[in-house]
Write a protein that binds this ligand. Sequence first.
Ligand code: FES
Ligand SMILES: [Fe+2]
Length: 406
Amino acid sequence: MNKSLKPIRIPNEWDRRGLPGWTYHSQALFELERSEVLLTHWQIAGHVSDVPSPGDWLTFDFLDERALVVRGRDGQVRAFHNLCRHRGARLADGASGHCNSAMVCPFHGWVYNLDGTLRGAARPDSFGDMDRSQFGLKPVEMEIWHGFIFLRFLPGPQPAVAKLLEPFDPDFTAYCAGDLLPAGDFGKWEFEPLPVNWKSVRDVDNEGYHVAMAHPALQDLYGRSYRDMVYRGGITQSVGEFGDQPGRLWSVRHYLKMTPDRDWLPERLRRSWTYFGIFPNSVIAFTPDGAQYYHDIPLSLDQTVVGGRLYRRANETRELRAARYLAYRIDRETSYEDQQLSIWSNESMKSSAFEDFHLSDLEFGVRAHHDVLRRLLPVMSLNDAPAEEDLANINAHLRSASANAD
Ligand code: FES
Ligand SMILES: [Fe+2]
């Protein structure tokens, strides 16, 4: 069997330290993470149901890049850089919208077809002999997998999404992920920026060891059943299962009480909350009642926005909608709790007393995420911070040394 389809077995002995503290506070390292990790790996921009009709569009801004996803007249969803080819204005302004048969740049009025080709410049005679075919919108690499729209701004080492997430294909099929619909009233969400490095958000999200202490509602819901499975390439699956016991907390008690049969799901998923972690910074999560994706978007070295979108099943009943709403409440509480944890973790690394993490087997997901980062940027293996101005060179040197050793 293909090894990547099986979770990694946690070794008996492993280095339980996390990344050194300096890696969370180095501007030079953040620049490398930007260009060699975040922009070169798959990001989620939405779901095809967010752009159901020709002319529907959504945007995705990420680390100075900006993408525009639009459904063409032929029904095809395409992704472009959201940059007019005249002088770079934002062709689509806002998070989402609709245009009729063309996209018109708000600066000087160049007009683009929905397939990205340039229909025409305003005052075309003022451009001499201009070849319109050379001025279409620039495409962004895109893959649609079970309805989710993945974008990659620069070429990178991850395989196609379908390959990367192959172990989860049966679950995505069972959840009918391709048929999900936007949750509407509380669909797209975004928290206030957090004063933390993006990796501190990931570190908290990449383990379930803290659930018992830090998340009373999740503990009430699925308690010790929660477990993380780590796959190659920093891909994870985390599952919590709830039983028949009445919850102690209001939202959990009502969620369990009104929870419908969900007989459209295989037995193993009917009482599970499942989170699929996708290296480097995204998660797609399913409850039996609905789904969401969320990701951390770094704004700078020490500012990160967590946001995402919520989805519902097609043909949702009132009962299912109520269950989904309660699940959403539980999840929101959990997110606020995680935010505080990521702030504490991030600021601790500036303290003279901070040494290293000492990770439990239950936090192996944190280690696995760090391992992938260290492979991509070997400078992160150094215990002591290199001089900022030397960091990129040292990283290049370490990388070529490890390539030669392979
Ligand atoms: S920048 Fe778009 S028309 Fe000028
Ligand atoms: Fe958490």
